[in-house]
Write a protein of this length. Structure first.
Length: 414
């Protein structure tokens, strides 16, 4: 599956689809929106979201009920066996996500993190594949690994006695991995099958956006089908269960599960469309065109005098320079606004400035994703934009970048 915001996220739904943490010292730690850091594989941090514990408890309870019918002699011990199944199942989901991660790293696509969460996992891949062929392979390897795992569990079942704890666990893991593979192969975003469909349409039309639109709308159709069809299939016995009467707690549970799955698919499809539109308009974000003209002032210059010079020059930013004319700091726009007009003659610009760091110096030719990556590396409200020669070109405000981004996203896609 996919996320949103800045990444070509792969998710693995089931029941079957903002940065790394340096120096964690091997300790469990949390990241906003990430959860608990469990470790790193191939250098990629692996997180467990708080919602996983809820799902693990649910799986433990449901599978424990199944074990009570199959192995009644286990007694309360069945819940410990069920908890082991929940952990093993999510280990299978992790293998699914690692397949995406390994291929992404092979294609030199940065992977921000892997997260195990409610209804599965997600591999946050930060860049799009360069070709439809790579996109197809990157999407297909996850379900393929799930199918391989199902085959391994099936083969291992012959080494144990049926009707025993190992036999039941292996059968459950085989079935759950088949469900993971089958569900992810459905041809709609944000599922892996949707990304495969996107790659096919991209290859035929030559337009990645066309592939995204087609796969996203198929994904929305799948969401509606899941919402309506899953409860009906359950109650008609098509899924292999005994037919049930409409009504009662089972009906409510089936409807809730279908609603959650449908919401995940519908939201993911919408996020995929937004991400595609974002990437389409990214080249329009250019540091040179968004930069404000700036005037150099020394640190001791009164704010009122600095603003007078800026108005005369038609500039909208102030750069603090030393005695040699070299820039040392940027006067923050929010700080200027916070100074009452009657006090501006008595306030020096140096007290309102933020010292320049290397990360706050932006080449004037930066544009698109490279520009956004640079701004993410060094968060600030203003940046000094310089020519290749080192000459000051002006000041770039993050507020201007955000405004231009919103305007670009509001324009229809080509």
């Amino acid at each position: 599956m996919n996320k949103d915001e800045e990444s070509g996220e792969r998710t693995t739904p089931r029941s079957g689809t903002e940065g790394t943490d340096p120096g964690d010292g091997g300790q469990q730690r949390t990241e906003p929106g990430g959860g608990i850091l469990m470790g790193r594989i191939f250098g990629v941090p692996v997180y467990v979201a708080p919602s996983w514990f809820l799902v693990a408890a649910l799986i433990t309870w449901v599978f424990g009920g199944q074990l009570e019918r199959v192995l009644p002699e286990l007694g309360a011990f069945r819940y410990l066996v069920s908890l082991f199944f929940a952990v093993a199942f999510y280990a299978s989901v992790l293998v699914h996500e690692l397949a995406h991660t390994v291929v992404a790293l092979r294609y030199k696509l940065p992977v921000r993190r892997i997260q195990l969460q409610f209804f599965g996992g997600v591999s946050e891949i930060e860049k799009e594949s360069e070709t439809p062929g790579r996109e197809f392979v990157l999407a297909f390897v996850g379900p393929l690994l799930s199918l391989v795992l199902a085959g391994v569990f099936y083969a291992t079942m012959y080494a144990v006695e049926p009707g025993t704890v190992p036999g039941v666990l292996l059968a459950g893991l085989m079935i759950s991995n088949l469900i993971v593979a089958a569900f992810n192969l459905l041809p709609g975003l944000p599922l892996d099958g949707g990304r495969m469909l996107r790659a096919i349409v991209w290859k035929i039309t030559g337009k990645p956006m066309s592939g995204t639109v087609a796969a996203a709308w198929v994904g929305r159709g799948l969401a509606i089908a899941v919402l309506i069809g899953l409860p009906l299939l359950t109650h008609t016995g098509v899924l292999g269960n005994a037919p049930q009467d409409i009504g009662g707690m089972d009906t409510v549970t089936d409807a809730l599960l279908a609603a959650i799955l449908a919401a995940i698919i519908w939201t993911g499809a919408g996020n995929s469309l937004r991400m595609a539109r974002l990437r389409e308009h990214l080249p329009e974000l250019r540091a040179r065109t968004l930069t404000r003209r700036a005037v150099p002032v020394e640190s001791a210059t009164p704010l009122s005098e600095a603003l007078r010079r800026a108005n005369e020059a038609g500039a909208r930013a102030l750069v603090v320079v030393d005695g040699h004319g070299d820039p040392t700091a940027l006067v923050r726009e929010t700080a200027i606004v916070g100074v009452p007009e009657h006090r501006r003659p008595w306030v020096a610009v140096g007290g309102l400035a933020q010292d320049l760091t290397d990360g706050m110096r932006i080449p004037a030719e930066l544009a698109g994703e490279a520009l956004l990556d640079r701004l993410r590396e060094t968060p600030a409200t203003e940046y000094l934009v310089v020519e290749d020669t080192g000459e000051i070109y002006g000041v770039l405000s993050t507020a201007d970048v955000e405004r231009a981004f919103v305007q670009a996203m509001a324009r229809p896609s080509s």
